[in-house]
Design a protein around this ligand. Structure first.
Ligand code: NAD
Length: 428
């Protein structure tokens, strides 16, 4: 969330400005793409369970729909700000473009705290949100999805309201639906598996066999667990995982020299991705400080928890053995750490490429929903592999041929594709 010192939208714009100068983007395209094309700000009145009426503030920001319908989540958060939503919408544009999905970027939100709302009140917020933007979203215009503190149930309430208003069945309006109610198989695995598909390609380029490689992971939630699953299927060894401890309000790293056992750890993990420290120690895991994951002598680091983790301070604890950093989380690396990583020649797979598996599978869900025909899991995962591998190849080839840092190369491709679309449409 944005604070007084940190403005996510200002950061998103400065990243965009840097690359648009690098590729010599003309002034028209630059001023068009550095802001959202459309924004909706509205109020959602809700009759609360105690009989009073409370008014919530909602947003939908469509940064770009030049390459296809806008795509992006809706978050419920008490500290939501429109600048955060703007930044996230812009990053979605670059994420869909880097893996070449025919989609744009959007994001939405409601300032509220679901912890203090009954399910009925949350349903009223979902339905009220859709009533405010029903004419401006939809399968051909803007396709929302879950995000922080929203889930499949919220998506179904939103879908139902949209279908009541438009008088028909439009399952392609929204993604993140439960399997059996329009959701796609493979979505749970998609982000973690997608991350490892890109790692596998990077290892190929370095002539390294995954079987002889080790990794250390920050996080043990959805992204991290499926990344570990795929990485170990390829023969790799994960020596350490770090996660948040709800009771102690701090993070710990759990380490096993011979490699962590995913199923063993899963069996002692809560639904928020927190590992039980006592049970872990009983199973022979060493319990180390939260930051110990980054100090592991491994080939690969996978920050897959939260933002702002590989920083000017922590970057110096990265061991010489580390060859690849794969950013499962959004924004785990700060710009000063980027400079050091680049200097040391560590190969980084930037977040909006590395974790694009999630949105890619959401796109598959939308396609399956629109045609009302659902694929087997193997088909979804094989299509995911193709998309991620192609996206990775485009970025790494460009980085190599133009001697660019991987993050810059990814931006060059994304911004180039979106700029081309707005020009081809004759908008600028
Ligand atoms: P999650 O809530 O399932 O898991 C988060 C994990 O991070 C938990 O294990 C938690 O204990 C750990 N964690 C939190 N704070 C920590 C800290 N200070 N130190 C160490 N560990 C900490 O979340 P997720 O869905 O796995 O998402 C992880 C990241 O990936 C986020 O940045 C998210 O935005 C990004 N992402 C997720 C998806 C997706 O499909 N789930 C897609 C794209 C990007």
């Amino acid at each position: 969330m944005a604070s007084k010192e940190f403005n996510a939208f200002a950061m998103a714009q400065s990243q965009f400005d840097k690359v648009s100068d690098l590729i010599g983007l003309d002034a028209g395209a630059k001023s068009f793409l550095r802001e959202p094309v459309r924004e909706f700000h509205f109020l959602i009145p809700v009759r609360m369970d105690d009989g009073t009426t409370k008014v919530f503030r909602g947003f939908r920001v469509q940064h770009s729909d030049a390459r296809g319908p806008a795509k992006g989540g809706i978050r419920f958060h008490p500290q939501e700000t429109v600048d955060t939503v703007r930044a996230l919408a812009m990053w979605m544009t670059w994420k869909t473009a880097v893996v070449d999905l025919p989609l744009g970027g959007g994001k939405g939100g409601v300032i509220c705290d679901p912890h203090h709302l009954s399910l009925r009140e949350q349903e009223q917020i979902c339905r009220g949100w859709v009533r405010q933007v029903a004419k401006n979203v939809g399968p051909l215009a803007d396709v929302p999805a879950p995000d922080v503190m929203t889930n499949g149930q919220h998506m179904l309430w939103m879908l139902d309201e949209f279908e009541v208003i438009h008088g028909g069945r439009y399952p392609g309006f929204i993604t993140g639906k439960p399997v059996g109610m329009g959701g796609s198989l493979g979505r749970t695995e998609a982000t973690g598996y997608g991350l490892i598909y890109t790692i596998r390609e990077a290892l190929k380029d370095m002539n390294l066999d995954p079987k002889n490689t080790t990794a250390s992971v920050q996080g043990f939630g959805n992204v991290a667990q499926y990344a570990i699953e795929k990485f170990t299927q390829l023969g790799g060894t994960v020596t350490a995982v770090s996660c948040w401890d709800q009771n102690d309000q701090t993070s710990y790293t759990y380490k096993k020299r011979t490699g962590v056992d995913l199923n063993e750890l899963r069996s002692i993990t809560d639904r928020f991705g927190g590992i039980d420290p006592k049970k872990a120690q009983d199973l022979g895991y060493l319990k180390l400080a939260g930051n110990a994951w980054i100090e592991e002598e491994v080939d690969i680091l996978l920050p897959a928890a939260i933002e702002n983790q590989v920083t000017g301070e922590t970057v110096n604890s990265i061991k010489k053995s580390v060859k690849i950093i794969g950013e499962g989380a959004n924004g785990p690396t700060t710009p000063d750490a980027d400079a050091e990583i680049s200097k040391r020649g560590i190969f980084i797979i930037p977040d909006f490429l590395a974790n694009a598996g999630g949105v890619t599978c959401s796109y598959f869900e939308q396609v399956q929903s629109n045609m009302n025909y659902f694929w087997e899991k193997e088909e979804v995962l094989s299509k995911l592999d193709t998309k991620m591998t192609t996206g990775f190849r485009a970025v790494s080839d460009l980085a190599r041929s133009r001697k660019l840092y991987m993050r810059d190369a990814a931006y060059v491709i994304s911004i180039g594709r979106v700029a081309q679309a707005v020009k081809d449409r004759g908008w600028v």
